[in-house]
Write a protein that binds this ligand. Structure first.
Ligand code: THG
Length: 396
């Protein structure tokens, strides 16, 4: 038992034994779960009340493999909220400051922050225009279904808001295109970034998008025929043998290096998209009507009080942040770390931090204290990380 716990601590890089998940109907399995477990999943997180595998061999081994080869990710937990009917577009546009009303082709995907009437972030889905009067919000971890149903009712909109059984499977990594072309045909290569096409698999049309939560390139297959899950997984697994395919999942190291923000970690309803650096997804100068517009305009006018930055931290490899770590300058708190990880590529700890714009001296060093009282120091950078500068430091 003690040995097993030690092992788990090392693999997950946690200071204490990682908790074990008690399963029930609430921690929903996916149609791929059997395959995921057979492939050696060691850790899961719960996302949208559903299992999301996070570690297979170790965070670091999974990371190197993802940046060199190709992986299958069971991202069923990226649930789809379907808006269908004459007011589908109106409802979606009310929910986001991003302009989705103009230039949104069928098959196209748009990353879009969702905000409340105070401009606070509620989610950051990928919105897919699946058909005329039909949108899928491919959501991060929060209950968007309830918010959308409430808005539809309150605004008296003619739209059906449902959560259909769609189970996205991501194929991520530099060899993803080879693998997807082998299974779905050469047409897969013509799919542009954040576009999707219906491609045939075993005689059924499946929506395949060039997207995914890594910067390694890849696709997401929106399986809406759950009974085909094992066939789809097995076909990709078999064809992937020559590419050294493995199972994987959104990887903490890769996503922090790449500057991909996680809702619930790096952004919460306490933050506006302007504070999270998502300004380019806020059409504040348009005449589009959306909830929270006045609040966001007001904040832009006044200037954001806090904003997300990158940190480079010294010291031993950090463990995952399970609470906000206070960031200090001259013993004064100026903000908090939202996510942190040790980057084996740069030989440094890297983190995201929400820092007070008025109280932070961006040219000076910072100190950080984690939830167990461990302290370290480091410096502030802009996001995304300047990977060339980090590489230079490593060789310096
Ligand atoms: N895929 C799908 N659904 C998702 C995610 C996903 N839902 C939750 C979560 N991930 C949402 N977060 C992001 C964040 C960034 C991106 C995708 C999902 C992303 N952005 C592009 C970029 O950074 O280059 C820009 C996209 C745009 O311009 O519209 O890839 O991963 N299905």
């Amino acid at each position: 038992m003690a040995l097993q716990e030690d092992f788990r601590r090392q693999e997950m890089n946690t200071p204490f034994a990682a908790p074990v998940l008690s399963q029930s109907r609430r921690t929903r399995s996916t149609p791929y779960s059997e395959r995921v477990l057979a492939a050696g999943a060691k850790a899961f997180t719960v996302y949208n009340h559903m299992l999301l595998p996070s570690v297979f061999r170790s965070l670091e081994e999974d990371y190197w493999h993802l940046t060199e080869k190709v992986q299958l990710w069971d991202v069923s937990a990226q649930r789809q909220i379907e808006l269908a009917g004459p007011d589908a577009m109106r409802l979606a546009q009310l929910m986001t400051p991003r302009d989705i009303t103009t230039k949104f082709d069928i098959g196209q995907c748009k990353y879009a922050p969702l905000v409340d009437q105070h401009g606070g972030m509620l989610n950051d889905p990928v919105i897919i225009h699946v058909a005329e009067d039909r949108l899928w919000l491919s959501i991060a971890d929060s209950d968007v279904l309830l918010w959308a149903k409430g808005l539809a009712l309150g605004f008296g909109l003619d739209v059906d808001v449902t959560e259909p059984d769609v189970f996205p499977l991501a194929v991520q990594g530099p060899l993803a295109e080879e693998l997807v072309a082998d299974v779905f045909g050469e047409e897969a290569r013509n799919i542009r970034f954040f576009r999707s096409e219906l491609l045939q698999f075993n005689g059924i049309d499946l929506r395949v998008a060039r997207s995914g939560w890594s910067k390694q390139g890849g696709f997401e297959i929106y399986l809406d025929v759950p009974a085909m899950a094992h066939d789809l997984w097995d076909a990709l697994w078999l064809a992937g043998q020559k590419y050294d395919v493995r199972a994987g999942g959104p990887n903490l190291i890769e996503r922090i290096e790449s500057g991909l923000l996680s809702f619930g970690n790096d952004m919460t309803p306490m933050n506006t998209p302007l504070e999270c650096g998502l300004d380019k997804y806020c059409a504040l100068d348009s005449d589009i009507e959306f909830i929270g517009k006045q609040a966001l305009l007001k904040q832009r006018e006044a200037g954001v009080p806090r904003r997300l930055y990158g940190l480079v931290l010294n010291g031993d490899p950090v463990h995952p942040a399970t609470a906000p770590w206070t960031v200090f300058q001259s013993d004064v708190p100026v903000g908090y770390v939202t996510s942190a990880v040790y980057s084996p590529r740069f030989g440094r700890n890297i983190a995201f931090a929400m820092l007070s714009v008025d109280h932070t001296d961006f040219s000076s060093t910072i100190a950080v204290e984690d939830e167990h009282g461990n302290a370290t120091d480091g410096y502030i950078t802009e996001l995304p990380f300047d990977t060339l500068a980090l590489e230079d430091q490593l060789t310096a």
